[in-house]
Design a protein around this ligand. Structure first.
Ligand code: WT7
Length: 637
């Protein structure tokens, strides 16, 4: 078992070495000793990054829900699996035991079957952070259906695109959701989305806020009465190791989101292994990840990873500032949380508030703190370390992507000495390298370059749903034979990595991965807009915020600029969601372009970040004269 649970730095280096020298043996031992299989594999790994194709544990059969639920029933049946903390602290928390979760998943799975869902069918889940979200994901996995969770903050248009891309047969949603003092009409958003979703036969509706909603005859069903009638007996479907488990969308460099497809065995092994090690989870611990399950962090580190380890995982419906800015600390105190995992953007927002919100609560149960989703700045790191961890809790700055399925680089708590802003070392099995722009590997330390992975790990996404060519082009074509993350990184003198940020058209805003293309598409829908370009610029709380350069048509130039700005942000909210709204909108008379007509974002980025005097040679542009005008416009922002 020592392979599975690393307890010190020396052990980490030993295990890492083994994982690189003989990756197949390494993962095989982990698979053998820590999971239950219906049939053993024939081969551990087959791969070819040229095709690209990756297959782990071919020939093996299993069901991930047996690993997350059934096998815990005997030893941990009465242990809390999901500790649900509702939006309003006046409402009671709910302790859902492994026995109870198993029962609820089986019943839900029978409802899915009853509504015609079969192995391989796609089910879209658009549900807030309530137990039914996890229950419905596991219910899909139980019967071999593929879940596609869409973050319940996305707009109806974004939801529709995702439902149609995967031809989902069913949508699971709720009447609405609570968000601090507000409620959100989720069912209304689903109704709007489902006006043009030919593949959807049925919509299951969970009651949460008890609002009046429209129920479409023959299509929509309240879940509660169906669950009441459903049997608690639902044998788990026998799945192949490489059968699809879920699709999760992430943004890319075109308007179409990328449906990353994760498969069963490899994802299970890797999410479980990283959870146990990064957080040093122990049997009696209460663990809390405050991310939304609509993102990969929630899939791997609220649901699958913790449950595969028989952990107690807190599911928090609320927001950090309701009823006040002490809410996170109150939850930690109330449930005696041992490991707390959140996003740098939340830490920066919390650090701006009065420390009395922290001081009111006893945080002495904490052993490990984590951050994920974006680079953490030094100031936020120290605030977290001093005020939350009281300098007693290692901070695991963990780096990964939707495409990766699980944490790729991170300190192992209590094993890896931490340095602020460093994601430190690769997880065993992750063969990182840095590449230069010419495609050569940069060896040695104290260097920086583009972060790539040389060898497959078990939870790498296997394809982009319906578009294998895009999968190849996006991840395996920039550097031959390597997976390219799209991030820049530096490696310091001791081999620690620090992620420096995206080197492509993706901007991370408040930990949300936003592509510039879909936002520009939304803006360009405005009848007065001629063209637009989005760049990121540094923001105190959000990490990055969005800066839009917009050229208006003649008619638009006559209108009140603030009205047009509002309309543009409204269009973005409708097409993508409020998370993608622009912080600043500068109207321009033209955008700098290359001779081939490509907008030079590099120049726009520099202007937006106040480095407009340092643009380098712009004489090769198609229209160098616009640059001065854009710079002047920026001064007025
Ligand atoms: C992008 C992936 C990890 C799940 C949530 C985001 C950035 C992620 C870190 C970190 C610096 C980070 C990268 C990456 N990122 N974690 N610890 N330090 N940057 O998943 O939406 O797929 O976004 O988030 O730029 O490529 P995602």
């Amino acid at each position: 078992m020592s392979n599975y649970h690393i307890k010190g730095l020396e052990e980490y280096y030993q295990v890492y070495r083994k994982s690189v020298e003989n990756p197949e043996l390494f993962w095989e031992e982990i698979a053998e000793e820590n999971f239950i299989w219906r049939k053993r594999w024939d081969t551990v790994l087959e791969w070819d990054f040229e095709k690209p194709e990756v297959k782990w544990f071919e020939g093996a059969q299993l069901n991930i829900t047996e690993n997350c639920l059934d096998r815990h029933l005997y030893h941990r049946g009465d242990k809390t699996a999901i500790l649900f903390e509702p939006n309003d602290p006046k409402d009671p928390a709910e302790h859902i035991t492994y026995k109870e979760l198993h029962k609820r998943v089986c019943k839900f799975a029978n409802v899915l079957k009853d509504k015609g869902i079969k192995r391989g069918d796609r089910v879209c889940i658009y549900v807030p952070m309530i137990p039914e979200l996890i229950v419905s994901m596991l219910a899909c996995a139980r019967i071999g259906a593929v879940h596609s969770v869409v973050f319940a903050g996305f707009s109806s248009a974004a939801l529709r695109t995702r439902i149609n891309d995967a031809s989902c047969k069913m949508v699971i949603t709720s009447d609405g959701s609570f968000r601090g003092s507000k409620t959100i009409d989720l069912k209304g958003i689903v109704d709007e989305a489902c006006k043009e979703t030919p593949s959807v036969d049925s919509v299951l509706v969970v009651k949460r806020i008890r609002s009046e909603v429209h129920m479409e005859d023959g299509r929509d069903h309240w879940v509660a009465p169906l669950l009441e009638k459903a049997s608690i007996d639902c044998p788990a479907e026998t799945m192949e190791a490489e059968d699809p488990l879920f699709i999760l969308y992430t943004s890319g460099s075109t308007g179409m989101p990328k449906g990353m497809l994760h498969t069963t065995a490899g994802y299970m092994i890797y999410s479980s292994y990283t959870f146990k090690n990064v957080f040093q989870y122990r049997e009696e611990d209460v663990y809390w990840c405050s991310a939304d399950i609509g993102w990969i962090t929630g899939h791997s580190y609220i649901a699958y990873g913790p449950l595969a380890n028989g952990a107690t995982s807190v599911l928090f419906e609320g927001v950090p500032n309701f009823p006040d800015w002490g809410r996170f600390w109150e939850v930690i105190d109330k449930h005696k949380v041992n490991q707390f995992f959140t996003a740098p953007t939340a830490i920066r927002a919390l650090a701006k508030e009065d420390l009395s919100h922290v001081m009111k609560h006893d945080l002495s149960s904490l052993k490990v703190l984590g951050t994920v989703g974006e680079p953490i700045n030094e100031e936020a790191w120290h605030w977290y370390n001093n005020n939350i961890g009281k300098k007693n809790c290692p901070i695991v700055d963990s780096y990964f992507q939707t495409e990766n399925g699980g944490i790729m680089l991170s300190p192992i708590a209590y094993a890896t000495p931490t340095i602020p802003t460093y994601a430190t070392l690769p997880i065993p099995g992750i063969q990182t390298c840095l590449m230069d722009e010419e495609g050569n590997e940069i060896k040695g330390n104290q260097v920086s370059g583009r972060l790539c992975i040389k060898f497959p790990w078990p939870s790498i996404a296997r394809t982009i749903w319906g578009d294998h060519k895009r999968y190849k082009d996006t991840y395996f074509s920039t550097f031959k034979g390597k997976y390219f993350t799209g991030d820049g990184a530096l490696r310091n003198e001791t081999g620690y990595y620090r992620i420096t940020g995206r080197v492509d058209d993706v901007i991370i805003v408040s930990g949300h991965n936003l592509g510039t293309a879909p936002i520009e598409d939304a803006i360009n829908e405005h009848p007065d807009v001629a063209e637009s370009a989005i760049v990121g610029f540094p923001h105190d709380i959000k990490g990055n915020a969005l800066y839009g350069y917009v050229t208006l048509k003649e008619a638009g130039k006559q209108r009140n600029p603030d009205t047009v700005r509002k309309e543009i942000n409204q269009l973005i909210t409708e097409n993508i969601g409020a998370i993608a709204k622009l912080e600043k909108i500068q109207f321009t008379n033209g955008l700098p372009k290359t001779r081939s007509g490509k907008i030079m974002r590099r120049i726009l980025r520099k202007i937006a970040t106040g480095e407009g005097d340092n643009l380098g040679d712009i004489s090769t542009l198609l229209n160098p004269e616009v640059v001065e005008a854009v710079k002047q416009g920026n001064q007025l922002m």
